[in-house]
Design a protein around this ligand. Structure first.
Ligand SMILES: NC(=O)c1ccc[n+]([C@@H]2O[C@H](COP(=O)([O-])OP(=O)(O)OC[C@H]3O[C@@H](n4cnc5c(N)ncnc54)[C@H](OP(=O)(O)O)[C@@H]3O)[C@@H](O)[C@H]2O)c1
Length: 355
């Protein structure tokens, strides 16, 4: 059993903790956060050992009836590996703590790529993390692009990727973020940083990205154009190729899922924890081939698509098993590919009237 400490128990940290709990070969030895708030109460009720991010915050937890198991240093000492899910930029400042304890660590996509020896997403470069002590799991948007582009590159070769990323303004709990009534080029300069980030896992891909932010907390939506080197004669083989990917969920037109709102409603109806969608959601009807250009639109659930990637990266960094085995284990124990969400799409597909 791999003992994993979670430093930072927010949007990503709490989801990664639950995903680790679902696995047969790893356990959460504790979670660290700063505020004695509802999330802390939830962690304690869920049976997680809680550690204070700073020693001077211990009293705050006691004042709401939670006895902390120690501070973050104690958590690192007890962990075989740490998942750092603190806010962007804080992870880098935590690295010396992990180094002092000779404890390997995963960082998240909000950190600069230089925080770790390697950036990963399981489908693409799991193997590169196997000898690393510090690994960065790429961001939600980069994970979403990599999962889409990697199979296209393998099957047809990719000349160029052009992607417009319509990003959610903030997560549901981030009341201070925006915009609240605008559509903002962000960054206004082109290309955005997402293309170079994709190249941290797919260095040979020629990619330009454009970023915007809009007033929603639901999901990101990507409009993607991929120029293929050796395309098939119709879009059907591309559809089949992408539909065969475990972490790509194809949304059939007749399902009536017309946006991120219905996708989230669908996930909640299907019983997904927190309404999470770990897979890219690719609108089938958007898949189009024009000569060598493949076009599509996909939604990315920013709060959860990196969660299975963190679980796989833990196995990679500790040399537990190979990539395909890890991805199969993660998928099986989370319910990716075999869960109600997929079954519902499958069932709906079966119910289509025959032509
Ligand atoms: N949210 C997303 O959509 C998303 C998607 C992919 C990747 N990421 C990346 O994942 C990382 C975490 O993001 P998040 O959205 O999960 O953040 P978050 O919801 O703000 O959670 C951050 C957690 O870290 C704790 N924390 C805050 N400041 C800290 C500090 N100075 N030292 C130690 N702990 C501190 C917070 O504790 P308190 O709450 O007690 O203050 C909270 O538990 C970032 O690198 C982000 O870019 C985020």
């Amino acid at each position: 059993m791999l003992r994993v400490g979670i430093n930072g128990y927010g949007t990503i940290g709490k989801r990664v903790a639950d995903a680790i709990r679902a696995q047969p070969d790893m356990t959460v030895c504790g979670v660290a956060k700063r505020q004695p708030d509802y999330v802390a109460v939830g962690a304690a009720e869920d049976g997680y050992r809680l550690f204070a991010a700073d020693a001077d915050q211990l009293e705050g937890f006691r004042s709401i009836g939670i006895e902390p198991a120690g501070d973050v240093t104690d958590l690192v000492e007890r962990s075989d590996v740490v998942v750092d899910a603190t806010p962007s930029g804080v992870g880098a400042t935590n690295r010396p703590l992990y180094e002092r304890h000779d404890t390997p660590a995963l960082f998240q996509g909000g950190e600069d790529a230089t925080v770790a020896e390697v950036s990963v997403t399981a489908r693409v470069n799991y193997q590169e993390a196997t000898d690393a002590e510090y690994v960065r799991v790429v961001s939600c948007n980069t994970t979403g692009l990599a999962r889409l582009v990697a199979p296209l590159e393998e099957a047809y070769g990719v000349e160029k990727v052009r992607a417009t990323l319509v990003r959610r303004g903030g997560d549901p709990g981030q009341t201070g973020r925006g915009p609240i009534n605008d559509a903002v080029p962000d960054p206004v300069s082109i290309p955005s940083h997402h293309g170079p980030d994709l190249q941290t896992v797919l260095p040979s891909i020629d990619v330009d990205t454009i970023g915007l932010k809009v007033p929603t907390t639901m999901m990101h939506v990507h409009a993607v154009n991929v120029s293929l080197t050796d395309p098939p004669s119709s879009v059907e083989p591309i559809r089949d190729l992408l539909a065969a990917e475990d972490r790509l969920l194809t949304i059939p037109d007749f399902a009536g899922i017309d946006g991120a709102g219905t996708l989230k409603d669908f996930a909640l109806d299907a019983g997904r924890p927190r309404g999470d969608i770990w897979e890219n959601c690719l609108w089938d009807a958007s898949c189009t081939l024009e000569c060598t250009d493949f076009y599509c639109m996909q939604a990315i659930h920013q709060e959860s698509d990196v969660v299975p990637e963190n679980v796989d990266a833990l196995r990679a960094i500790t040399g537990h098993c190979d990539g395909p085995t890890s991805q199969r284990l993660t998928n099986e124990h989370l319910g990716i590919g075999t869960n109600q969400l997929h079954e519902r799409v499958g069932l709906a597909r079966d119910r289509q009237p025959a032509d």
